[in-house]
Design a protein around this ligand. Structure first.
Ligand code: ADP
Length: 284
């Protein structure tokens, strides 16, 4: 133990003649939540499906929980939780029935009723899957993904199509899994706010290559987007943009001879950093 939970070096993938991953390097450590962020077609799903052992890569080294996914057996698969974009399963199954059925495949499953309660699905336990709302369906997907107590959970665009309420509840659930249970989680999203809220580190994937991989602060630093500083001066709100807000605040502090009135410093959001990165790259 002690090595990375996920490690890829020079990961390449081609479909026919088209190469869609051009040497992806990633490393995810135990207990981390990592978001794979990128525009549509960037290669997020392809990457995650290779890590899950659902697709064979064209080249490169890949280890997931210390095993090459192309060679992973049932024991290895039992340590993973997988939530795909779309499950096509039995619409007539009842919620508890399906969960209990899937639980039987694992040596130490969670109790299906406790899991339903934890996910706010107890009232739906006897409902057929076809009658669930989108948000309830997604929570059931997660229940199916974690019923076997996985060490590593993959979530592919978990909140696509959610309303804001369902999205918030889902985010709280992911935070609980990460913080309380210490689960390692890799999720894909093109929702910047989601990545910012959930992820310890973010890998930005564009056109099949990792453009940058780091914390939110590192992404922000990478584009060196300016921070916004606001304060009041003689009853007027003043605004300045600067790469070094502390220098400006020090200067203002000197000038006012004390606290700066109504001081506010706003660092760029992930959205601004991300757009900065993608635009920078397209302009290169
Ligand atoms: P993302 O998840 O970031 O939207 P994908 O991994 O789904 O990106 O797709 C990356 C690229 O690979 C896209 O250009 C897509 O059209 C292509 N692609 C994905 N799956 C296949 C496939 N089975 N056959 C051919 N091309 C594919």
């Amino acid at each position: 133990m002690g090595g990375p939970v996920i490690s890829t070096r020079g990961l390449r993938m081609r479909y026919g003649r088209t190469e869609v991953l051009h040497g992806v390097d990633l490393e995810v450590h135990a207990g981390e939540v990592v978001a794979l962020l990128g525009p549509n077609g960037a290669g997020k799903t392809t990457t995650i499906e290779i890590l899950e052992g659902l697709q064979a890569r064209s080249a490169g080294e890949v280890q997931v929980l210390g095993v090459d996914p192309d060679k992973g057996g049932d024991c290895w698969r039992g340590r993973l939780g997988i939530v795909l974009q779309n499950w096509r399963d039995h619409p007539r199954w009842r919620v508890r029935q399906l969960l209990a059925h899937v639980a039987e495949f694992y040596p130490h499953p969670r109790d299906p009723d406790e899991l339903l309660a934890a996910l706010g699905l107890s009232a739906q336990a006897e409902q057929t899957i076809e009658r669930l709302s989108g948000g309830q369906r997604r929570r059931l997907d997660v229940a199916l993904g974690i019923v076997g107590r996985p060490e590593l959970l993959f979530l592919d665009e978990p909140t696509a199509g959610f309303d804001p309420e369902a999205r918030r509840e889902f985010h709280e659930l992911v935070e609980r899994l990460a913080r309380v249970e210490g689960m390692t989680i890799l999720l894909t999203t093109h929702d910047l706010a989601e990545a910012e809220r959930l992820a310890d580190r973010i890998a930005v994937l564009v056109d099949g290559a990792v453009l940058v991989f780091g914390t939110h602060a590192e992404l922000t630093a990478r584009v060196r987007a300016d921070s916004q500083v606001r304060w009041s001066e003689q009853g007027v709100t003043r605004t300045a943009h600067t790469p070094d807000p502390s220098a400006l605040v020090w200067e203002l502090h000197q000038r006012f001879g004390g606290p700066v009135p109504d001081l506010e410093i706003r660092r760029p959001s992930l959205e601004e950093s991300y757009l900065g990165l993608v635009t920078e790259r397209n302009a290169a």
